[in-house]
Ligand binder design. Structure first.
Ligand code: FAD
Length: 325
């Protein structure tokens, strides 16, 4: 009999988030030939998005569509997901290690008495066994874990699992009627988007991050210009947020967002361990700092010792030239 690995989808503005495709890939790597990979999509007014999912590479798509699920609310989403779990009886459940995944996964794992591995960046095999690798001690070391419970729960860090281009399965849609929980402790009335960022920081391929060295809100302007040109996002150190130069939603680090872009350009950031915890897994790290002894240079692949207000406009000009040719 086939077994199910269930991927919990995340979507925004009518499209699946990139991390969901990465989670589907993670499910494929974690599966055996007897497994079928299914997707759970929860929300409100999902008709449009569901029509775009036929090539998402899964065997079945469970849809829970209800007005009460318009915004993420832990109890309501946990209740909807439990209904999908009852219907699909999965042997494994995979979430993105996102704000929602970090909240929902442990609730579901606890309710199922399931083992959980969080913040996975790589999935491999040790003999017949699936081994999940995750960073520990703020990225200074890695541990490998296997989960022996059934079901098991895994969350994967965005931007780490490479997606293979084989979305050739046409998933059947199964709609699940949502049973409203008898009472909800909280109700979300409205979500106000704080930043107008064009690219989501946690999924950005290129991040230009500013620290206290940026010196003011206006000081972020050259960083924004470079990010716009490269299709990237602007992030910040807590130093810059604490100084009031930018919003805390931009903070990267131990108490901010954890990011793994292809390229991370740290501008006027000293490289405190709490900042490094949130960006050390970036593929290429470029540091711009006027202090040659700044700790950020110890983890940087490329370092530029200089004033960021001189270096960034030069970089922007160079990229403009390259991109226009
Ligand atoms: C519990 C805890 C949690 C924390 N969590 C986080 C977190 O999540 N994220 C985080 O970032 N921090 C965090 N911190 C704070 C962290 O310890 C540092 O204080 C913070 O990262 C420093 O920010 P910064 O590098 O921007 O500032 P600074 O350390 O002041 O560094 C500014 C740098 O800018 C350089 N500079 C100045 N002017 C220029 C210029 N014109 N051109 C180029 N370079 C210039 C300077 O040489 C210096 O290296 C946390 C701290 C604690 C205790």
């Amino acid at each position: 009999m086939s077994k199910t690995i269930l991927v919990v989808a995340e979507h925004r503005d009518g499209a699946l988030r990139q991390v969901t495709y990465e989670a589907i890939e993670a499910a494929k790597v974690s599966s055996t030939s007897r497994d079928q990979i299914c997707l759970a999509i929860i929300g409100s007014q999902l008709d449009h998005i569901v029509t775009t999912l036929s090539d998402s590479g899964v065997e079945k798509i469970y849809v829970v569509d209800h007005e009460q699920l318009k915004y993420y609310q832990p109890e309501a989403y946990a209740s909807a997901l439990k209904q999908v779990i009852d219907a699909s009886n999965p042997r494994g459940i995979i979430f993105g290690h996102t704000a929602i995944g970090r909240d929902l996964a442990p609730m579901i794992a606890a309710s199922l008495d399931a083992g959980q591995v969080s913040d996975v960046i790589n999935i491999g095999k040790l003999g017949e066994e699936i081994v999940y690798t995750r960073p520990i001690f703020a990225g200074k070391a890695f541990e490998q874990k296997k989960v022996e419970s059934s079901p098991w729960v895994v969350t994967i860090r965005p931007n780490n699992i490479t997606i293979a281009d084989n979305k050739n399965k046409n998933g059947n849609i199964e709609k699940i009627a949502y049973n409203e929980p008898s009472s909800l402790q909280t109700k979300i009335l409205e979500v106000v988007q704080k930043t107008s960022a064009k690219v989501d920081l946690s999924e950005a391929k290129i991040i230009i991050a500013g620290g206290r060295g940026v010196k003011s809100t206006e000081g972020f302007q050259p960083l924004e210009e470079l990010a716009d040109l490269l299709g990237g996002a602007v992030g910040a150190s807590r130093g810059a947020c604490d100084a009031g130069y930018c919003d805390y939603s931009m903070q990267i680090g131990q108490t901010g967002k954890v990011v793994t872009p292809e390229i991370y350009i740290a501008c006027g950031i000293s490289g405190a361990i709490q900042h490094v915890a949130g960006m050390s897994q970036s593929r290429i790290i470029i540091a711009i700092n006027k202090d040659a002894d700044a700790p950020i240079f110890k983890i940087a692949d490329y370092g530029i010792v200089g004033d960021l207000f001189e270096v960034i406009p030069l970089l922007t000009e160079e990229f403009k030239n390259v991109l226009s040719n």
